[in-house]
Design a protein around this ligand. Structure first.
Ligand code: AOF
Ligand code: ZN
Length: 418
């Protein structure tokens, strides 16, 4: 279906240089190669159209946490230079953004401009082609943020609109539109989810005291933010160490939104039956990822499945652990395109060493914890020189209650082999 079609795009390379951090994405299609260049009119946007695109991006963000495996899309109808109607895509299977904006516009769409963050689709999926609705609406001009790399679209929407005589401009606020859909674009290009590593630290860089006390390191506002972050992701992941230390539920309780899938890395399948998270499997899927193969494990598998957990087995990696890449591939293939990793340090370190992390979300509490064995949120990254350090870019700093929050993306995640 749509997902398998999407993954047909994997591994393609980018002759046109349309690149999203460490990987490349090909946007050129058979259709586009033979027709006029897709970006032909990329420089012709009015100030009103750029502002409308900004509004469309804001609208699209309302879909964060709900749309995958579909993209986040927003749309605005501009009539006589004013925003006359708005729409966004809320979740897979529901109306596409441009169709809901056109519905909202009614007769005002005639002769107007449609501004949409992603190329309209031209295929019959769970919903009919948006291009048909656009043509029926009487819209005269369409301003598009970026080409949809989904192989079932990939330039065909633009070509159909142009073939019908509409004025189509592509590339308005393209960088922002790409950032909006980082997880969708990454999953389409690589078959892996967008991975954000989340940690809470003291001002002296520790995640806990020497005795392992970490509860309440973040203030009340930080805890609400953490729940919102969960709601914005399709899955959250922790290691068994964190499960044993904190006994977390990983549900969304202090923010609006639904609980994401929960994933626990448990190579030997020793998750205790008393773990609180096992009481929450009716609320959202719980996946226990393991490499356990022995017969003794099969009774534990049965016990976990009886509690409603799903057990995913993998062949162990060289260290006897759950191999991260196959696990991530499976999550992406199930439409989980945005993954939040909540630790602990060994798990974060593995993601960083294998070059599988895309972003960080780190809180810093104004507390000095000290200690001689207390750790930071990363372990040995195999970087001997400062010049080899993993760099974080596109930084955003926020004050959250008494704490400081830093978010950013990881620049060129290079695997380290030591
Ligand atoms: C969306 N929302 O606003 C736009 C999309 O099978 P469907 O109907 O869910 O279509 C999915 C594809 O349609 C999606 O992967 C993307 O390529 C395209 N455009 N999808 O869900 C939207 N504009
Ligand atoms: Zn569509």
């Amino acid at each position: 279906m749509q997902r398998s079609l999407a993954f047909a795009a994997m591994g393609r390379v980018c002759p046109a240089g349309v690149c999203l951090r460490g990987f490349s994405m090909r946007i050129e299609s058979g259709v586009a190669r033979d027709a006029a260049p897709l970006h032909e009119s990329a420089i012709g946007f009015s100030a009103a159209e750029r502002n409308a695109m900004r509004e469309a991006i804001r609208l699209a963000r309302r879909g964060v946490g709900g749309t995958h495996p579909n993209p986040r899309v927003g749309a605005v109808v501009l009539a006589e230079g004013r925003v006359a109607a708005r729409g966004w895509h809320a979740r897979a299977g529901e109306a596409h953004a441009e169709v809901s904006a056109l519905d909202d516009a009614g007769g005002q769409a005639r002769g107007a401009t449609l501004v949409v963050t992603l190329e309209p689709c031209a295929h019959h999926g769970r919903t009919p082609p948006c291009v048909d609705s656009i043509l029926a609406s009487g819209v005269r001009r369409v301003v598009i943020g970026m080409v949809d790399p989904n192989p079932v679209v990939d330039g065909r929407g633009i070509e159909s609109l142009r073939a019908a005589g509409l004025d189509v401009a592509v590339g308005a606020l393209e960088a922002e539109c790409r950032t909006l859909n980082g997880p969708y674009l990454k999953a389409l290009a690589t078959g892996l989810p967008w991975v954000t590593l989340k940690a809470m630290l003291s001002l002296d860089g520790r995640i806990a005291t020497d005795g392992g006390d970490s509860r309440g390191l973040g203030g009340a506002a930080e805890q609400r933010l953490c729940h919102r972050l969960r709601a914005e992701h399709d899955a959250v992941l922790i290691g068994r160490g964190t499960l044993l230390a904190d006994d977390p539920l990983l549900t969304v309780r202090l923010a609006r939104g639904r609980t994401p899938w929960r994933v626990v890395l448990d190579s030997a399948l020793r998750i205790p039956e008393s773990a609180a998270i096992l009481g929450t499997t009716a609320e959202a899927p719980l996946i226990v990822a393991t490499v356990a193969t022995t017969t003794s494990a099969s009774s534990r598998v049965a016990a976990l499945e009886e509690r409603g957990a799903r057990v995913w087995r993998f062949d162990a990696d060289a260290a006897g652990q759950v191999p991260l890449r196959p696990l991530l591939e499976r999550l992406a293939s199930e439409g989980r395109y945005a993954l939040l990793v909540e630790g602990g340090a060994a798990v974060h370190t593995s993601f960083l060493r294998e070059g599988l992390a895309d972003g960080v979300a780190v809180g810093i509490a104004p507390l000095l914890v000290g200690g001689s064995t207390s750790r930071s949120w990363t372990g040995d990254l195999g970087r001997a020189r400062l010049s080899d350090a993993i760099e974080i870019e596109s930084l955003r700093f926020r004050r959250v209650g008494r704490d400081l929050w830093i978010e950013g993306t990881i620049r060129v995640p290079e695997p380290v082999h030591v």
